[in-house]
Ligand binder design. Structure first.
Ligand code: GMT
Length: 374
C-alpha cells in the first residue's frame, strides 16, 4: 500500500509511535510517505520505501499565526495525488485530523483518500476538551474514515467526552524489542554514578501533566535509605522548576538533567527503575520501553497505565502525588535484588509477548485494508 503519515516530528510519544510505525510498515513492503514540518527525529529518510515531504509555511507579515494547518492540507493533497496514496494516517487529532479532512475534500474529484485519526491522549483528554478546540476536534474525529485509540481507557474517554458514534478501534503502543533490550552489566551507569549508586530514570516532554518535580521529591526520599542517582531525560517547561527543587532539597549533585536525547534506547537500560508519576497517561509508552529494557516502572494508577503495568508483577502503581508510596516501592526494588530480577524479567517478557511490532503492526495493516475497502 501507499500510506501517508502525519505526526508531530519532535519529541513526544505520538511522534515516536508514528515514526516507528512508518519504519515497520516500510520493512513490511509498504511505501510510506511522511508529511510533516520537519524530519521526524527517529526517521532516517535513506531507508528504502521511506519518503519525507516537508510542509513549508510562509510567514507573510499579515499572518500573526502562520496557517500551518492549511499548508499541511495542501501538501497532503499534493502528495496523495503525486504518489497515489491509498490512505492517510494522522497521529494526534489537532490539527492533523482537520488538515486530512481538507485534503480529502481537495482531491475528492480525482481520487478517494480515506484518512485514519489515531488519538494518543492529550489531544482528546486535554487539548481537545479546550472550549476553543472542542467543536472542530469532535467534527474532524467524526469525519475520519477510521479512528484508533492507544488504550481502552482512551476509547471510553473519547466516546464520553466527544460523544463520537463511530467505531473506535484500540491499537496499543508497541516497542521494538530488538532495539530496546536489557543491559545486565549496566557498565555505562558508572559515567553518571561513579560511586556505584543505582540509577533511577525519568523521560518525558517535561509538561505539567508529567509531574516532573515528583521525580526529584521521590529521589530525595529514596536517598534517605539508599544511595541513588536520577537521570532526567527530555526538556520542557517543568525542567527549570525541577532543577530549582533539586537545589532546594540539596540533591542537585544526585540528579543529571540530560536534555533531549536521540538514542534513549542506549540510556534506559542503564537504570534500575523508571519513574512515571504522571497526572494522566493514555498509555505510557515510556514505561513499555523501560519494561523492554528490563527496567521496572514505578508509576501512577491513571488512565491507560493499568492496562500496561500489572501492579506487583511487572511494575508498581501508586496514587498520584503519593511521594512516600512511590519512594517505598523504589527502595524495595533497589534493596531486594531477587524482587528486581523477577519483576524486570516479567516486564521484558510481557513487553515482548504483548507489545512487540509483530503483535501490533498487523492490526494497523488490517485496519488500513478495512478502511480502504469500506
Ligand atoms: O505526553 C506525552 O508523552 C506526549 C504525548 C504525545 O502525544 O506525543 O503522549 C501521548 O501519546 C503516547 C503515545 O501513544 C502515550 O503513550 C502517552 O501516554 C500519551 N500521553 C498522555 O496521555 C499524557
Amino acid at each position: 500500500m501507499n500510506i501517508g503519515i502525519t505526526c508531530y516530528p519532535t519529541y513526544g510519544g505520538s511522534g515516536i509511535v508514528a515514526t516507528e510505525l512508518g519504519l515497520e510498515l516500510a520493512t513490511r513492503g509498504h511505501e510510506v510517505h511522511f508529511v510533516t514540518y520537519a524530519n521526524p527525529i527517529r526517521l532516517d529518510p535513506d531507508i528504502p520505501r521511506i519518503h519525507y515531504h516537508e510542509v513549508e509555511v510562509s510567514n507573510y507579515p499579515l499572518f500573526q499565526y502562520p496557517p500551518y494547518c492549511l499548508a499541511l492540507a495542501s501538501r497532503m493533497a499534493e502528495v496523495a495525488e503525486a504518489y497515489e496514496l491509498d490512505v492517510l494516517h494522522v497521529h494526534y487529532a489537532i490539527p492533523h485530523s482537520v488538515a486530512a479532512m481538507l485534503a480529502q475534500q481537495m482531491v475528492a474529484p480525482r481520487r478517494r483518500l480515506p484518512f485514519i485519526t489515531t488519538l494518543h491522549g492529550t489531544d482528546a483528554t486535554l487539548v481537545g476538551t479546550d472550549r476553543s478546540f472542542y467543536p472542530i476536534t469532535k467534527f474532524s474525529i467524526e469525519k475520519s474514515n477510521g479512528i484508533t485509540c492507544v488504550s481502552d481507557y482512551l476509547r471510553r474517554q473519547t466516546e464520553e467526552v466527544f460523544g463520537v458514534p463511530n467505531e473506535i478501534r484500540v491499537i496499543k503502543n508497541f516497542v521494538n524489542c530488538e532495539l530496546y533490550h536489557p543491559d545486565n552489566e549496566k557498565k555505562g551507569a558508572a559515567h553518571y554514578a561513579p560511586a556505584g549508586e543505582k540509577l533511577l530514570i525519568h523521560l518525558s516532554n517535561f509538561r505539567p501533566v508529567k509531574r516532573v518535580q515528583d521525580c526529584v521529591r521521590i529521589l530525595a526520599e529514596v536517598r534517605k535509605s539508599v544511595p541513588a542517582h536520577l537521570l532526567m531525560v527530555g526538556d520542557g517547561p517543568e525542567r527549570g522548576p525541577a532543577e530549582y527543587l533539586a537545589r532546594q532539597l540539596k540533591v542537585e549533585r544526585h540528579v543529571s538533567f540530560l536534555g533531549k536525547q536521540n538514542h534513549v534506547e542506549r540510556i534506559i537500560p542503564l537504570a534500575h527503575v523508571l519513574l512515571m508519576p504522571s497526572d494522566l497517561e493514555a498509555f505510557g509508552l515510556v514505561s513499555l520501553e523501560a519494561m523492554a529494557c528490563g527496567v521496572v516502572p514505578v508509576a501512577t494508577r491513571v488512565g491507560g497505565v493499568p492496562e500496561l503495568i500489572t501492579d506487583g508483577e511487572d511494575g508498581f502503581l501508586e496514587k498520584v502525588g503519593d511521594i512516600e508510596g512511590q519512594a517505598a516501592r523504589v527502595v524495595a526494588l533497589l534493596t531486594d535484588d531477587e524482587l528486581h530480577y523477577r519483576m524486570a524479567k516479567t516486564g521484558r517478557w510481557n513487553a515482548a509477548e504483548r507489545c512487540c511490532p509483530d503483535k501490533i503492526i498487523p492490526k494497523y495493516e488490517q485496519y488500513y485494508r478495512d478502511v480502504v475497502n469500506s
